[in-house]
Design a protein around this ligand. Structure first.
Ligand code: GLV
Ligand code: MN
Ligand code: MN
Length: 396
């Protein structure tokens, strides 16, 4: 099946009829349907499919150690785009087809992998599947995670028909190298007029929960000066985060808020906001988060509220294997080697000591984590050819 046909097949799965965005949260119906589609594609290609107890899957062409793994993820952020994740999986399957059409017999096995809950959209930890597989998060910590409705990770997996067995994954034992293809989430390749690029590094980043607590009270009868309103402390902290990130050339976003009781005519008792922050270095990230927490605490003091800050998912800086990136850039006619501020399973595998690289496919607007995310078909096909070239070289 061609790339275009696979893309058409997968497109309706989990797409909202209202926004056109994707809702493929891990272990829920749409993401399971995408995984079933993946297993059927693997079966149709006679790939040897293996699943682990974390919800990850790898399908191998060939047998033995030291394999070259490619692939990405099929889950999405809430109301996300079509490309973030699936482009890497569909391109991997298409690249295997292209290699077979070329008559290539790889000297090393080639695998297509799908890692689960890459976005952390349901259980809050980014790259949960690859973190469990590499042991960078323990099974006990993962087992304590719950989604927004209070469903525990293990229960969600069991409800999806899986038999959870969380922890370091035997699937990774056969992986010698990992190459993840991904839609670019910026406009670097547009500016450089190139369809495909290679990743150099990932900025350190994290998710931080800010709990502001005050006093619930009547919106009409409580004098303004008598209130202990955590919404004010939250609002000022969100503004401060934006300002501090801008001043320091870093990134900070409050994209998710919970309000208790969330009633129009009540001063809230609690506001919880989640800050996503990213920095060019670990020092810059720590300074940014520390300053936002300091300003939030100061404001809470003036509002008669309290602030408790909890880091929930923090990822260190990743510097991809320089020699591998240079070799791949060479295979791809000097493709540019560029940094990214987005997190990926490739970063987790790289941090676990697996030689890892990433390919980026041009995104004309740079928009991502949005229904408007896009890549032109010609660029997707160029990505498939580039990935096939890279796999042929690495699996020689
Ligand atoms: C993953 O897409 C992230 O960077 O949040
Ligand atoms: Mn993403
Ligand atoms: Mn992704």
């Amino acid at each position: 099946m061609s790339f275009e046909a696979m893309w058409r097949d997968l497109s309706p799965v989990g797409r909202s009829g209202i926004s056109g965005g994707y809702h493929r949260q891990p272990f829920a119906a749409a993401e399971r349907e995408a995984m079933t589609w993946f297993t059927e594609q693997c079966r149709a290609r006679d790939l040897r499919l293996r699943m682990d107890g974390n919800g990850n899957a790898i399908a191998w062409w060939g047998d033995g150690p030291g394999g070259v793994l490619t692939g990405s993820h099929l889950d999405s952020v809430i109301d996300g785009g079509a490309y973030d994740g699936p482009l890497g999986v569909v391109s991997a399957l298409a690249a295997i087809d292209e290699l077979r059409d070329r008559g290539v017999t790889p000297g090393r096995p080639i695998g297509v992998g799908v890692f689960c809950e890459e976005e952390g959209s349901r259980f809050g930890i980014a790259c949960l599947g690859s973190r469990l597989a590499t042991g960078s998060i323990g099974p006990q910590q993962a087992a304590s995670l719950h989604d927004r409705d209070g469903v525990a990770l293990l229960d969600a997996m069991a409800a999806a028909g899986l038999e959870p067995d969380l922890g370091p994954s035997p699937l990774l034992q056969d992986v010698g190298t990992f190459v993840e293809l991904h839609v670019e989430q910026g406009r670097d390749l547009v500016d450089r007029d190139r369809a495909v690029g290679v990743a150099s590094e990932i900025w350190p980043h994290g998710r931080y929960r800010f709990d502001f607590r005050g006093e619930a009270n009547h919106a009409g009868t409580t004098r303004m000066e008598d209130r202990r309103d955590p919404m004010l402390s939250y609002a000022m902290t969100a503004l401060a985060a934006n300002k501090q990130a801008r001043l320091g050339g870093q990134r900070a976003t409050f994209g998710r808020v919970d309000v208790i009781p969330n009633g129009t005519n009540a001063v809230p008792s609690q506001v919880t906001g989640w800050m996503d922050a990213r920095g060019e270095s670990e020092e810059a990230l720590a300074a940014l988060v520390g300053e936002v927490e300091r300003l939030g605490t100061e404001r809470a003091g003036r509002d008669g509220t309290t602030l408790e800050m909890t880091p929930e998912s923090v990822s260190a800086a990743v510097r991809f294997d320089r020699d591998l990136a240079a070799r791949i850039s060479g295979v791809l006619d000097g493709a540019p080697v560029i940094p990214t501020m987005a997190g990926h399973d490739a970063g987790v595998l790289s941090a676990a000591g697996i030689p890892t690289a990433m390919l980026f496919v041009r995104n004309p607007t740079g928009v991502s984590h949005s229904p408007a995310e896009h890549a032109e078909m010609a660029d997707c096909l160029a990505g498939v050819t580039a990935l096939a070239d890279v796999l042929a070289e690495l699996a020689r």
